[in-house]
Design a protein around this ligand. Sequence first.
Ligand code: PLP
Length: 427
Amino acid sequence: MSHFSYQDGVLCAEHTPLTQIARQFGSPTYIYSKAALVENFSSYADACKKHGRTDDTALVCYSVKSNSNLAVLQLLGKLGSGFDIVSGGELLRVLAAGGSPRKVIFSGVGKSREEMQLALSHDILCFNVESIPELHRLNEVAGEMGKRASVSLRVNPNVDAKTHPYISTGLKDNKFGVAYEDALTTYRVASALPNISVVGIDCHIGSQLLDDAPLLEAVDKLIELIDALAAEGIVIHHLDIGGGIGINYDNDKPVAVGDYLARVFAKVDAWRAKNHAGAPIKVLFEPGRSIVGNAGILLTEVQYIKHGETKNFAIVDAAMNDLMRPAMYEAWHGVQPVLQRHVAAQTYDVVGPVCESGDWLARSRELAIQEGDLLAIMSAGAYGMTMSSNYNTRGRAAEVMVDGATVHLIRKRELASDLFALETLLP
Ligand SMILES: *Cc1c(COP(=O)(O)O)cnc(C)c1O
């Protein structure tokens, strides 16, 4: 069920008309539905429960980079979520939101010494290491602190996720992970280092995957490696499949999360029954988009209607700095007028005020609108606010979370003075 729907001709978030949110908080504004977030997280948590998994045998680590607002992290943490982070800053967000560092895994190809120190000082669950030099650095930093770092290696299973090249990460020629062929050697290096404990294996093959076949193929490949490692006496305690499940942007039919998890657990259980009865393995997931993507929209106001020679433009007050996905990946987002008008529709490109031709949010849409109307850019909860910038000295949008009939402001709109507060004039 969508949590953004028309009620009496007005688009609402849960039960709150977007016109009311615009009056109260201005535009552009990111709007998230609490019920949608709970429902999406529960589709993971419920599937784990249904298949007999407890906190010791399955963990959902929400990918913080998809939407890192503190209120979102707080809500998910309370529901039992762990967190997949890619920077020290994201760890500080998780802590500020009351999340448990014992449920944090740290991904990313370029962890700095300072980030390692911060994560080690909070005893995070695991570092997802992506190279041999990173292993050596982590070993050194942990040694200096008198700690042992728990490590999983991100292995590149070399399966084709069949998604946009910019969000495909599991093939040979990208910067992520350790090549499949090099995995055993790299594990040998890791297990010989004094301040490293090998605990897991992980992968993340891409994003916006509609079909789970490539993910299941990756599970098979990781299981093969776990067996090969066991033969050498290297014991893997957890298998982390990464994130990547897609959402419906435009008549997309993503696999149901419950079905996907059922297939993963079935594979893992069958393998354990065959070779490893009794040896427990914990399964980790790192979903981002499938939890927040369709739980959020970007509300914007039409500033001008401009009739060009070959095109009509709806110039709105949101722009590529607010929602970068169209400019960056030519991503498609639904656009819905907040008020359903009974006038003839025209075809528009929905564009922002930023001085770049790439600054568009949607192209060739049939819209019945006039100047001053509000539009909702749909499916904007993931990689929306987190990828925003201040290009053109535009303050970031406000963020609100709707909970039934209550609307909470969870991030104030940035003022221009906020944007240059850290700058100084020459003496
Ligand atoms: C971005 C990312 C995720 C989340 O991916 P989604 O497609 O949003 O589910 C998970 N794991 C890692 C390592 C990532 O970089």
